[in-house]
Design a protein around this ligand. Sequence first.
Ligand code: ADP
Ligand code: AMP
Length: 216
Amino acid sequence: MNVILLGPPGAGKGTQAESIVKDYKTVHISTGDIFRKNIKENTALGQKAKEYMDKGQLVPDELVVELVADRLSQEDVKQGFLLDGFPRTIFQAEELDKVLLKNDMKIDKVINIEVEPEVLIERAVGRRVCKVDGTTYHVSFNPPKTEGICDHCGQELHQRDDDKEETVRNRISVYTNQTKPLIEYYTKQGNIANINGQQKIEAVFEEIKSALGSEQ
Ligand code: ADP
Ligand code: AMP
């Protein structure tokens, strides 16, 4: 099953992706995670991406499209993939359609997680992420068992550089201007499911499962 997770920053895409990959045969591809890994390893791509990410702007289309096209040509994605944070512009969506056509693949479902802007800010500012395995927590809404420590691997949690309130506000306006038009793009393609993201994490997942059905 090939799925796109769409939604504003802080909507819960990464959180839901953690549950989806446990229940469905699908590989999680988060462009944000790939950029953060490159930043950590100080690669040329990471250095370029950091300039934009720190300001809450999008990394230029050509860098992202190439990266995803390359990832989708790898063997493991044949079992199914879950795109999280890509596409984010109409150009990226059109390029993705070309890559899918070339690889004889299609998107089965676009899961659009809807959350109001004020809630997004609270979520992003309170987000904490494990430095080692990437598990996502929230200081109030989804806290770890021990403050500041990952439940799974016992390592320290940290706050993302781009989760400062001002940067989050910028990311939300970038979403509204550049990413939100994708809702119409995929509504026209006829495979979008709009999900109420302002429920408990488990309830959001139930709605996603209903939308995905028993498809593997
Ligand atoms: P995204 O990947 O869309 O940017 P995340 O999955 O990282 O969003 O979630 C952003 C923050 O909100 C995290 O701290 C996460 O724990 C929290 N969160 C996710 N889903 C919910 C929810 N349904 N209710 C409350 N908090 C949530
Ligand atoms: P995310 O982890 O999805 O919240 O992404 C964090 C940041 O990475 C974004 O604010 C962008 O700067 C960059 N990024 C991630 N995915 C994309 C994309 N598809 N296009 C452009 N920039 C992206």
